[in-house]
Design a protein around this ligand. Structure first.
Ligand code: UT7
Length: 319
C-alpha cells in the first residue's frame, strides 16, 4: 500500500507586510530583499492568532476536498516548531476542534523540514498497514519569534498552514522518502529561550541565525535530498514533473536547479508572496500548485525541505 494525497488545503493570515513596510523598521530596502531572497511580501498573524488557528482552517479544507469524515482519521500529525503551548500539542487541539474522536495525535518538531519528515512518518505507517487515513499538517507562526530590529532574520519569515489527507492506495502515492539531520550544525539556527534550558526566556525568545552558514547547508541539503529521493524511487531528474522545494530563498533554489540542470518550469515557487513559512512552506506550495492545475494524476512530484536542527528531507510522490 502507498500513502496517497487525496486532499490538500492551506491558510494564511490576512495581514500583508511588504518589503517597504520592513524598510521602515530596519536598515534594509525592497531592492535588497528582492535581490537577495526573492521575497516581496509575507503574511503576519495577529496577536490573538496562534498556530492552531491557522492549522484548523487548512485541515478543514483538506478534509473537505478529501471527502473523508473526521471519524475516519486515524492519526493527526502536526509539524510545527511554534505550537500554541508546549502541551497540549497542536495536533490534540485540532483533534478536539475537528471531532476526530478516533485519532492518535502528536506534533513533530523538525522545523522547515517538518512536513517532509511528517510525510516520511505518515507514509511509513500506511505502508506498514498500521493505518489507512492520516491528516498531516505543517503550520508555523514564526513571525511571533522574530526580532524586528534584526534585518538578517525579520525579512525572511511569514506565517501559514498547509494540510494534506493521506489514504492507503494500491497505485498512487509516496514511493520514496529521504531524511537526515546534521545536529552538529544546530547552533547556526536557534531559538534559545522558552525551552527547559531557559524556561524564563532569559536568553531571548527570538530566532538567531547565521544566514551564511544556513545558506551553504541549504544548497547542499536541497541538492542531496532530491538526488537521494530520486535514487530511492529508481527515477532520474528527467522523470520529475514538479519539484516543490522549501520556500526559503530564491537564490538557494536557482543555484541548485542550475547546478543540477533542472529547468525552472519544473520548479514551483511562491516565496515572493509568503516568505519562509517554515513547516507550512511545502504543503502551502503543494496546495497552490494543485489548485493551479500544475499536477496531474500519474505525475512524479518531488517535495524537499531543510531547516533548523539542522534537518533535511524529501519525498517522491506518484500523484
Ligand atoms: O528554512 C531555513 C532557514 N533559513 C534560510 O534558508 C536562510 C539562508 N540564508 C539566507 O537566505 C541568506 O544568508 C540571507 C538572506 C539571510 C542573507 O543574505 P546574504 O546574501 O547571505 O547576506 P550576508 O549575510 O552575507 O550579508 C551581506 C551584507 C552584509 O553587509 P556587509 O557586512 O557586507 O556590509 C549584511 O549586513 O548584507 C547585509 N544585510 C542586509 N542589508 C540590507 C544583511 N541583511 C540585510 C538586509 N538588508 N535585510
Amino acid at each position: 500500500m502507498k500513502a496517497r494525497i487525496i486532499g490538500t488545503g492551506s491558510h494564511v493570515p490576512e495581514k500583508i507586510v511588504t518589503n517597504h513596510d520592513l524598510a521602515k523598521l530596519v536598515d534594509t530596502s525592497d531592492e535588497w530583499i528582492r535581490e537577495r531572497t526573492g521575497i516581496i511580501e509575507r503574511r503576519v498573524s495577529s496577536e490573538a492568532t496562534a498556530t492552531s488557528d491557522l492549522a484548523i482552517v487548512a485541515a478543514e479544507k483538506a478534509i473537505a476536498k478529501a471527502k473523508v469524515s473526521p471519524e475516519e482519521i486515524e492519526v493527526i500529525i502536526v509539524c510545527t516548531t511554534s505550537p500554541d503551548t508546549l502541551f497540549p500539542s497542536v495536533a490534540c487541539i485540532l483533534q478536539d476542534k475537528l471531532k476526530a474522536v478516533n485519532a492518535a495525535a502528536f506534533d513533530l518538531s523538525a522545523a522547515c523540514a517538518g512536513f517532509n519528515y511528517g510525510l516520511a512518518v505518515a507514509s511509513s505507517l500506511i505502508e506498514a498497514g498500521r493505518h489507512k487515513t492520516i491528516l498531516l499538517v505543517g503550520a508555523d507562526t514564526l513571525t511571533k519569534y522574530l526580532d524586528w530590529t534584526d534585518r538578517g532574520t525579520c525579512i525572511l519569515f511569514g506565517d501559514a498552514a498547509g494540510a494534506v489527507v493521506l489514504k492507503a492506495d494500491q497505485d498512487h502515492g509516496v514511493i520514496s522518502n529521504f531524511w537526515k539531520a546534521e545536529g552538529w550544525l544546530g547552533q547556526s539556527l536557534v531559538m534559545p529561550g522558552g525551552g527547559s534550558r531557559d524556561p524564563e526566556n532569559k536568553h531571548g525568545r527570538f530566532i538567531r541565525m547565521d544566514g551564511r552558514e544556513v545558506f551553504k547547508f541549504a544548497v547542499r541539503a536541497l541538492e542531496s535530498s532530491v538526488n537521494e529521493v530520486l535514487k530511492g524511487a529508481g527515477r532520474g531528474l528527467s522523470d520529475i514533473t514538479l519539484l516543490i522545494p522549501h520556500q526559503a530563498n530564491i537564490r538557494i533554489i536557482d543555484h541548485v536547479i542550475k547546478k543540477m540542470g533542472l529547468s525552472k518550469e519544473k520548479v514551483y515557487v511562491n516565496l515572493h508572496k509568503y516568505g519562509n513559512t517554515s513547516a507550512a512552506s511545502v504543503p502551502l506550495a503543494l496546495d497552490e500548485a494543485a489548485a493551479e492545475g500544475k499536477i496531474k494524476s500519474g505525475d512524479l512530484v518531488i517535495l524537499s525541505g531543510f531547516g533548523a536542527g539542522l534537518t533535511y528531507g524529501a519525498n517522491a510522490i506518484i500523484w
